[in-house]
Design a protein around this ligand. Structure first.
Ligand code: MIG
Length: 805
């Protein structure tokens, strides 16, 4: 540590009064007497960026977090000043900047109410150790304000009263409240007085957040270096805050192939080939649907990336093909550590081309990981990313691997106390050279990004599939993710539930946990309960460390196998529903999982709920998180909901007991919903079907639902080959109308919808399709009435005709 003791220890420093102001289109610049500059950029009417410099000069404006595709432009912008303030007004926000202190306050432009206000606001401390500043921001915590987001933090949904750090860390067997863990997502959403806003602190150094923990009325965030650079995003609806953040940091570049939304089976490790086949064959024998099988590090030759252990896997291409013929996509792990071995061509090439990270004074960054001593590519250099992408040619194009799993990319290093690179390691940072202190948190994302580009290129015309462990804001553009090395305990089941909700509300919906737990072995009951939760996560994979016993769905006895099958089948039935939610996510940034607070922020009972969540738009789920449960108490949000299993209609806005023995779990459907369902398949694309089911849940009133579809892989959907159907249900006492509106010119293989009516309060006596009366005997009358109808109908009208006599 180099400390210049000659320097004066100044402590916290603060901006003084503004002496200069200038405006350049959407960017305003305020300079204080002590040479602090605040740059305010109006990104959109509801998104304002604040950037501070303490030297009068800004760094090169470069961000890995913000996408070039982010929406920009505002409808209205006006700047005025009075004695005390500069006042910036957009159509959504009013931002006041105090001339004396540079303190900022933000108001709703419509009702003029306060949204957010600096406490001290921006201040800083000079960093004697590293140079530059420790940059700090403090805000007043408003009355009854709550906080959400921040990525993978393993805590309850509401962050109020807690303090966190963002420093991507390999965290084997982390626990509740362990901090930090694998990801660094410096974004949170706040809520008070029915107004929600978000703050994205786009700084890749180690960042910290304090949500009224140290001082009850103050929320603050700070970083160990770099700039105070944050985006303020206004809702007032929380869902719009999350959408704004997702727009800014990016939606996934493409829809996943539909198979990637199927069920995945993984273990450390399945080998040799015969063992892999035994597992996949058992899935088919027992008729448990599954789409993907994973190969962990033992498939490689001495853990050398892009090689195969030929003893375990003598003919990978043949095996991958046979698995494919049986409906399994092969996903393989690729780590960042490249074994130091002059006989190994990837290492040789990386060395020759100077692609590996180096220490500050020149030598290579050497670290021990699975292969032994390794060097590590500097993925923050565009040339290195291109090279890395090119390494996937053989795996993907020739061997036929369909997905790649990036692990250890925090980056993780073994046998060193800080578990990672030393701070002095140098990185290119896309032409903004810096030390590891700045590059650490985005290292994993840049690796996943390079991997994604490799898959995109060599899998073409199919869609790529990547999964990463570490991530910074924006990683969702390239990859899915999992939560790392959890443990087979009931507490971890609830952590997984909270993490998935939190990730989804942090712009990263394609996420899931190691189902059943990575470390230790679950009891059958825990495994079954975890499957029940996992089928409602966009990424659904069983994984375990393998050293505590097996974790395939059938190892816990027949009862558990049957329960697992039942729920995995449900996932496969609901695939069109999930795919539609995914489409909604990549188009609008709508989170696939919604904590109840995001679903209904006006209802203050939701602000501290952690267990229940909305899956997609219309399904309410609440996992059982305790042993021996026959059910549980849960909060049903406002509105009316159908119990999925019994069709019983319940009125929400209250907590209630819901029965859920082991073969069941609390699931509710919003009244008026139209839920699309596929027939059960063993893997995506196994069957061609003539019709799909639409479950219609009667409502007195109106509700609309969507169904998105396309070829389930490839890119034709980007050229208009998709179909987006909107079903509007209008229910009256003796009548039900379903209108369909279709957009896009994709024509699915199936021709008909089997429409199943739930809870119709009348018996059907007359049916009209597109205004033509059809014979009533087309309707199956039973407990559930249903009708088979051409998929291109415009309007279906069911009537109970009162007989006059
Ligand atoms: O040091 O590849 O989180 O999913 O199975 C452990 C072996 C390395 C950690 C990952 C885990 C994976 C394991 N890896």
């Amino acid at each position: 540590m180099i400390v210049n003791t000659e320097l004066e220890q100044k402590g916290n420093l603060f901006p003084s009064e503004i002496i200069n102001y200038k405006k350049d289109i959407d960017t305003l610049q305020f300079t204080t007497k002590n040479n602090v500059v605040l740059q305010v950029t109006v990104v959109r009417d509801s998104v304002i960026r604040f950037r501070y410099s303490t030297t009068g000069k800004f760094e090169n404006d470069f961000s890995y977090g913000v996408t070039i595709h982010a929406s920009r432009g505002y409808r209205f912008l006006d700047v005025t000043e009075n004695e005390k303030h500069y006042i910036i007004t957009t159509s959504k926000l009013i931002c006041k900047i105090e001339k004396q202190s540079l303190q900022v306050s933000l108001f709703d432009a419509l009702d003029l109410k306060l949204i957010n206000q600096d406490e001290i606001g921006f201040h800083w401390e000079e960093s004697y150790e590293h140079g530059g500043d420790i940059v700090k921001m403090s805000k007043t915590c408003q009355k009854a304000e709550s906080y959400y987001g921040l990525g993978d933090k393993p805590v309850d949904v509401n962050l109020k009263g807690k303090r966190f750090e963002n420093w991507a860390t390999d965290s084997y067997a982390f626990g509740k409240n362990t901090d930090p863990i694998y990801k660094a997502i410096p974004f949170y959403t706040a809520l008070h007085d029915n107004k929600s806003y978000g703050i994205f602190f786009d700084n890749t150094f180690k960042t910290s957040f304090d949500f009224a923990h140290e001082r009850r009325n103050v929320t603050s965030f700070w970083a160990q270096g770099g700039e105070m650079n944050y985006y303020f995003m206004y809702g007032p609806k929380m869902e719009d805050v999350v959408k704004n953040y997702t727009d800014l940091t990016g939606k996934p570049h493409a829809l996943p192939p539909l198979w990637a939304l199927g069920f995945h089976q993984c273990k450390w490790s399945y080998y040799p080939e015969a063992n892999v086949k035994e597992v996949t064959n058992t899935f088919r024998d027992l008729k448990i649907p599954c789409d993907a099988i994973y190969l962990d590090i033992d498939y490689m030759d001495g853990f050398r990336c892009f090689t195969w252990n030929k003893e375990y896997f003598p003919d990978p291409k043949k095996m991958v093909k046979e698995l494919k013929d049986d409906g399994f996509k092969t996903v393989v792990i690729i780590d960042p550590g490249i074994k130091i071995d002059l006989e190994y061509d990837v290492f040789k090439e990386g060395l020759d081309k100077d692609y590996f990270c180096k220490r500050a004074d020149g030598p290579y960054m050497k670290g021990k990981v699975w292969p032994g001593e390794c060097y590590f590519p500097d993925y923050t250099k565009p040339e290195v990313r291109d090279w890395w992408a090119s390494l996937f040619k053989e795996l993907i194009e020739d061997i036929g691997v369909k997905g790649v799993w990036n692990d250890m990319n925090e980056p993780a290093v073994m046998d060193v106390p800080n578990k990672s690179f030393p701070d002095d390691v140098r990185h290119d940072y896309d032409g903004n050279p810096c030390s590891h202190r700045k590059a650490h948190n985005i290292y994993g994302t840049q690796m996943a990004r390079a991997t994604y580009h490799g898959l995109k290129k060599y899998a073409y015309p199919k869609r790529p599939f990547v999964i990463t462990r570490s991530a910074y804001s924006g990683a969702q553009r390239y990859t899915s993710t999992w939560m790392g090395d959890n443990v087979a305990t009931w507490e971890h089941l609830s952590i997984a539930n909270n993490q998935a909700q939190r990730m989804s509300m942090s712009g990263f919906s394609f996420a899931g946990s190691d189902i059943g737990g990575f470390a230790e072995q679950p009891h059958g009951e825990l495994f079954a309960r975890w499957i029940q939760l996992g089928i409602f996560h966009a990424f659904c994979r069983v994984h375990s460390s393998g050293d505590h016993g097996d974790q395939e769905p059938w190892v816990f006895g027949e009862e558990i196998t049957d329960i697992v099958r039942k729920f995995v089948e449900l996932r496969y039935q609901l695939l069109p529903y999930l795919y539609t939610a995914f489409w909604n996510y990549i188009n609008y940034g709508t989170p696939i999982l919604k904590s109840l607070v995001l679903y209904d922020q006006e209802d203050s009972s939701t602000h501290y709920r952690s267990d229940e969540f909305i899956y997609g738009e219309q399904i309410l789920v609440c996992p059982i998180q305790e042993p021996n449960a026959k059910g549980r108490r849960m909060y049903i949000p406002r509105g009316k909901w159908y119990n999925f299993w019994t069709d019983e209609l319940v009125e929400g806005g209250r907590e209630m007991w819901v029965d859920a023995a082991l073969e069941s779990m609390p699931i509710f459907i919003k009244e008026g919903a139209v839920i699309p369902k596929y027939p059960v398949q063993q893997y995506v694309g196994e069957k061609k079907f003539d019709d799909i089911t639409l479950d219609v849940y009667y409502k007195e009133g109106k509700e609309s639902s969507k169904l998105y579809d396309d070829a389930h892989d490839g890119y034709d959907y980007k050229k208009g080959r998709f179909s987006l159907r909107t079903f509007t249900v209008t229910g009256k006492k003796e009548e039900l109308i379903i209108q369909q509106h279709k957009r896009g010119d994709f024509n699915a293989e199936y021709n008909k919808f089997q429409i199943v009516f739930h809870n119709l309060p009348f018996s059907i006596t007359s049916i009209q399709i597109d205004n033509v009366e059809i014979p009533i005997d087309n309707v199956n009358v039973g407990k559930k009435q249903s009708i088979l109808i051409d998929k291109e109908f415009n309007e279906l009208h069911l009537i109970e005709k009162q007989l006059l006599n």
